[in-house]
Design a protein around this ligand. Structure first.
Ligand SMILES: C[S@@+](CC[C@H](N)C(=O)[O-])C[C@H]1O[C@@H](n2cnc3c(N)ncnc32)[C@H](O)[C@@H]1O
Length: 196
């Protein structure tokens, strides 16, 4: 087992770098590979709590752009900025959606939302697929032309059919599993580049 595979490696690194969750390194890898975030961008972060992706986006924008974040749960108390609007609520709620819409359009929609897991793989995968479908809808409605999109999906879901529909919306769409996803994790990400 190398240091990257140790269960607590990423959590300790995140804590020492001021991020509230280890998931930040997944976004970092995705960003390095696909260039999801650039200065001046307006970013929509779906399923944002406790806020490490939001923090990464704010640090990347460095005061030159704007982040809108949505989650059922609050962000960590340290995640705050004049360049951040946090909407606490359900992505499925039309009021939440219309508030996000009013703060757009966006250059990048990033979605790490995950359902609470039940341990039943079929149920968990189906709920994850529901969130992916909704995130694609947000991206289609709220991204600017040329905008980018990433969404988490539990493997075994409708990955191929989601990629097919994303290819109708983006110039390119593909799956990507960051190193920072633990080996045993059954999550992966779908990335859409350059909204048509
Ligand atoms: C893995 S966590 C996200 C971690 C986050 N990217 C970070 O780096 O801090 C998944 C989040 O999805 C949120 N979530 C799940 N279903 C949601 C929904 N319907 N609406 C809003 N947020 C939701 C959960 O509350 C949870 O905070």
């Amino acid at each position: 087992m190398n240091s990257y595979e140790k269960p607590d490696f990423w959590s300790r690194k995140a804590f020492s770098e001021g991020y509230p969750a280890r998931s930040v390194y997944k976004l970092q890898e995705i960003d390095e590979k696909f260039g999801m975030l650039k200065k001046g961008f307006r970013v929509l972060d779906l399923g944002a709590a406790p806020g490490s992706w939001t923090t990464f986006a704010l640090r990347t924008l460095d005061g030159t752009g704007y982040v809108t974040s949505i989650d059922l749960n609050p962000l960590s108390k340290d995640v705050k900025s004049d360049f951040l609007t946090f909407i606490q609520g359900d992505m499925y709620d039309p009021e939440v959606r219309s508030k996000a819409l009013s703060l757009g359009p966006y250059d990048s929609v990033i979605c790490d939302a995950a359902p609470p897991t039940t341990g039943n793989r079929v149920v968990d995968t189906a709920r994850s697929s529901g969130l992916v479908e909704l995130a694609i809808y947000y991206a289609q409605e709220m991204l600017k032309p040329g905008g980018n999109f990433v969404v988490k999906i539990f493997q075994g879901g409708d990955q191929q059919s989601f990629l097919k529909s994303m290819r109708g919306i983006f110039t390119s769409a593909r799956g990507f599993k960051p190193e920072a996803c633990r080996n045993e994790s059954f999550e992966t990400y779908l990335v859409g580049i350059n909204k048509k």
